[in-house]
Design a protein around this ligand. Structure first.
Ligand code: PLP
Length: 483
């Protein structure tokens, strides 16, 4: 039995062991009970804060009081992203090995800003990212044994920003870093690209007016010829095309931009091509889905998020560049207090030069644990299951008289509506989400209100998708009956 701690006393190894076991027990019980909770939190704004004391405790509190409050105050305000009924946005799934990897990372408490501040943190990261190049059959240029290499960023948004910054510097021969932007640099993405591209353009100083949103085809994929025309127009106007972001799996509808023709245009025009495969990149674990990356060898950078669909808890975005020197030269700043012999030897990677922040934690651990736990075959099997379930649902919708697909479903996202139109589709979504058994989100596709059902949660099985389809049909019938 661990003793009661004095006020302000550190939690020593014995108490840590006791409460650590209790926390793992709590999480295991949460996993077992997760389907009992409404997927979407039902609290009103301010409700959680109102249940918390207005001021921090003056004296330390016993740990079991914290666990009690987790149940009573925090859980009611949780939207259960790990519920098998979670189908909104894109998933942010996790798994046992990933959670344990996160715990180990916190326990080791490493800050891996440079190789020398924890060599294993850097080397495991480089190694696992090289593994992933092979696992996803990405171009060999991204491997660290050539001129490229991979790094873990917090999010795809940060990856896009870093790619854009490197593109900005390459286009200006590193003058923008010295003098700032002169308003001539132009960036391109499809009108379906994620909002993080617009954010990056604002942060990087290109100016939102210099982001061109390129038209898409009926499959919501960028039209390469429209990109080519826009680049020509911009050059003719004396501007400097610098960066294009192609998306493999757009957020609204899982549109797949054609990388090969886009890549050829970017290559000819010396425009940096970044490929954002935030969720859908994971599908390339399976050879039958690798066509989504056709043409990727023409890209300068690429990212996907194991924290979306590869059972690795948030945050974990994997980002690769074909030429690491450009990225490093863009982001590197070396104050005296960070100088060290390893860096000066040139024999090590200092990941602080590959990202915006200086500090970084040991994210590679959880990724390593996930890959070792499942094995590549195991990961593939889960991706295949999700895709198969989504295809089954898409088939039911196609065959139904009341519902209609609004976009192709190439992988694990199904976009549809009720044939009755926007109003009934919107009310249907609201009622389904209020019911607590599932959570979906929406998008506008060609101006039409669209329900999105994404299948990527770790524990989603056929029974959950069958239940979702039943609920969708029954709820729509109720709405129709009530007018
Ligand atoms: N890119 C795409 C295609 C996305 O769908 C998302 C989020 O869903 C993002 C980027 C942003 O992801 P993150 O939260 O990792 O920045």
């Amino acid at each position: 039995m661990a003793r009661t701690l004095e006020n302000g006393e550190h939690m020593g190894p014995e108490e840590f062991r006791r409460w650590g076991h209790a926390v793992i027990d709590w999480l295991a019980a949460y996993q077992q009970a997760i389907e009992k909770f409404p997927v979407l939190a039902r609290v009103e704004p301010g409700e959680i804060r109102a249940a918390l004391p207005p001021a921090a405790p003056e004296r330390g509190e016993p740990f079991d009081a914290v666990l009690r409050d987790l149940d009573e105050i925090i859980l009611p305000g949780i939207t259960h992203w790990q519920s098998p009924g979670f189908h909104a946005f894109f998933p942010s799934n996790n798994s046992g090995p990933s959670i344990l990897g996160e715990l180990l990372s916190a326990g080791l408490g490493v800050q891996g800003m440079m190789w020398t501040t924890s060599p294993a943190c850097t080397e495991l990261e480089t190694h696992v990212l090289d593994w992933l190049v092979d696992m996803l059959a990405l171009p060999a240029a991204f491997r660290s044994d050539g001129e490229g290499g991979g790094v873990i960023q917090d999010t795809a948004s940060s990856a896009t920003l870093c790619a854009l910054l490197a593109a900005r510097e390459r286009a200006t021969d590193f003058a923008a870093n010295e003098n700032g932007c002169d308003g001539r640099l132009v960036a391109y993405a499809s009108n379906q690209a994620h909002s993080s591209v617009e954010k990056a353009v604002k942060i990087a100083g290109l100016g939102r007016r210099n982001l061109r949103l390129i038209d898409v085809d009926e499959r919501f994929a960028m039209r390469p010829e429209a990109l080519g025309r826009q680049i020509e127009e911009d050059r003719a106007a004396g501007l400097l095309p610098a960066f294009a972001c192609a998306t493999v799996g757009t957020t609204a509808s899982n549109g797949l931009d054609p990388l090969a023709p886009i890549g050829r245009i970017c290559d000819e025009e010396d425009v940096w091509l970044h490929v954002d495969a935030a969720m859908s990149g994971t599908a390339a674990l399976c050879p039958e889905h690798r066509h989504i990356h056709d043409g990727l060898e023409l890209a300068d950078s690429y990212c996907f998020n194991p924290h979306k669909w590869m059972f690795t808890n948030f945050d974990c975005d994997c980002f690769w560049v074909a030429d690491r020197a450009e990225l490093i030269k863009t982001l590197s700043v070396l104050p005296e207090y960070l100088r060290n012999r390893a860096t000066e030897s040139g024999a090590v990677i200092d990941y602080r030069d590959w990202q915006v922040p200086l500090g970084r934690r040991f994210r590679a651990l959880k990724l390593w644990l996930v890959i070792r736990h499942y094995g590549v075959e195991g990961l593939r099997a889960h991706v295949r299951r999700h895709v198969e379930l989504a295809q089954r649902l898409a088939g039911w919708i196609e065959a139904s008289a009341d519902f209609e697909l609004l976009a192709p479903a190439p992988l694990n996202l199904v976009c549809f509506h009720h044939r009755g139109g926007d109003d009934i589709s919107r009310r249907l979504l609201e009622r389904l989400n209020a019911g607590g058994e599932l959570f979906m989100s929406h998008a506008l596709l060609n101006g039409v209100y669209t329900l999105r059902l994404c299948i990527g949660q770790t524990h989603t099985e056929a029974e959950h998708v069958e239940r979702a389809w039943r609920l969708i049909r029954e709820t729509a019938a109720e709405l129709e009956a009530s007018g």
